[in-house]
Write a protein that binds this ligand. Structure first.
Ligand code: NAD
Ligand code: UD1
Length: 338
């Protein structure tokens, strides 16, 4: 195979796992990443897992010249677009950075694809576009809303993709709505490495288990859920990566199409379920304290996975035990020097 898949943000958490899955499926990968939230060392780790180093270009998706250079010097058949900023709280403090990276960046990338005549595009959207769910499990046709700038960027890019798809023939687009990606590659070589205090539950839990943080603050136990804590659909990042491969294959087989798919497991677990699962996987206690609700949080959220199974023939296979075991292996290996 002489063509390559361009993976923007391929040095990041989800993009690095997708790169592994793509390479193991026989695809060549070109990563474009500005390393604003990742490290170059992930490239060696990917090579250690797959035996092949991905081609790496350090650059920004907002830079048209860089993009034109990438398309001119590599035969790109499709783009998986992970590059962007993702912290909800930060997005309320620096909204313009979020609109610039996530919306302008996507527009620049799609424009460069148009110039290079590459029309297969897999987009990282989020279950955040469903806002407060009115139906559980959440089907793809659920109404959309955004309560913060990050979520708004995902809504806008979804709409841009629909407009683009309707404007000219030949586009093959997958808008993938992720639920809560957690876990790590089973080797423990790549995983999620948040900078500073983690915003998301599972990296925080892992740092309490290692002793880096004293205790978890559980954001509310008065939700209308079985134990009162928030319920989410946690999906193993390797299952998520496999979902991207399935979406790519679906697009490759289509003349043109645009599909919008949930990537989740279809099962919801509470904060305390996840604490207990992590304690079992790590053999370490995870101290916690119940505090007030976090602004903007919803009670429950899990995916209707019927459409993903029907359309992509893909279903998540890993449960919370594996998610916690793999996250723990990654957490432990991070302290080991290569
Ligand atoms: P991440 O921060 O680990 O990875 C993103 C990568 O993109 C990083 O390596 C970063 O350096 C790079 N990047 C950011 N802006 C860039 C730019 N302008 N040009 C080039 N590279 C740039 O995040 P992730 O968790 O891997 O998320 C990947 C995508 O999935 C994001 O679009 C995110 O919004 C989306 N998503 C993530 C989650 C989640 O919980 N992790 C959930 C839903 C959707
Ligand atoms: C958050 C984002 C969402 C994003 C998703 C994946 C918000 C409001 N939403 O979703 O837009 O797509 O991450 O990146 O930030 N929790 C605690 N203590 C903590 C952290 C979390 O109790 O220290 C609880 C939360 O209240 C929630 C659950 O754990 O019930 C999961 O939280 P988190 O991992 O942040 O994901 P989401 O809130 O689902």
């Amino acid at each position: 195979m002489n063509t390559s898949i361009l993976v923007t943000g391929g040095a990041g958490f989800i993009g690095s796992h997708a790169t592994v899955v793509l390479q193991q499926a026989g695809y060549q990968v070109v990563i474009l990443d500005n390393l604003c939230n990742s490290a170059r060392s992930v490239l060696d780790r990917i090579e250690r897992i797959t035996g092949t180093p991905p081609t790496f270009i350090q650059g920004d998706i907002r830079d048209a010249q860089t993009l034109d250079g990438v398309f001119a010097s590599h035969s790109i058949s499709a783009v998986m677009h992970f590059a962007g900023l993702k912290a909800v709280g930060e997005s309320t403090q620096v909204p313009l950075s979020y609109y610039d990276n996530n919306i302008n960046g996507s527009v620049q990338l799609l424009s460069a694809m148009q110039r290079a005549d590459v029309r297969t595009f897999i987009f990282s959207s989020s279950a955040t576009v469903y806002g407060e769910p009115s139906i559980l499990p959440i089907p793809e046709h659920h109404s959309r809303s955004a309560t913060n700038p990050y979520g708004h960027t995902k809504l806008v890019v979804e709409d841009i993709l629909e407009n683009l798809y309707n404007s000219e023939p030949g586009w093959r687009i997958a808008r993938l709505r992720y639920f809560n990606p957690v876990g790590a590659h089973p080797s423990g070589l790549i995983g999620e490495a948040p900078q500073g205090v983690p915003n998301n539950l599972m990296p925080y839990v892992a740092q309490v288990a290692t002793g880096q943080r004293e205790k978890l603050h559980v954001f509310g136990n008065d939700y209308d859920t079985p134990d009162g804590t928030g319920v989410r659909d946690y999906i193993h990042v390797m299952d998520l990566a496999e979902g991207h491969l399935a979406a790519l294959r679906y697009c490759e087989a289509a003349q043109q199409d645009m599909l919008t798919v949930n990537l989740g497991t279809g099962e919801g677990y509470s904060v305390l379920d996840m604490v207990r699962a992590f304690e079992a996987a790590s053999g370490r206690p995870v101290a916690y304290e119940i505090t007030g609700r976090r602004a903007g949080d919803i009670a429950s959220c899990w995916a209707d996975t019927t459409f993903a199974e029907q359309k992509l023939g893909w279903k998540a296979g890993k449960g919370i035990k594996e998610m916690c075991e793999d996250a723990w292996r990654w957490e432990m290996r991070q302290s080991v020097k290569d």
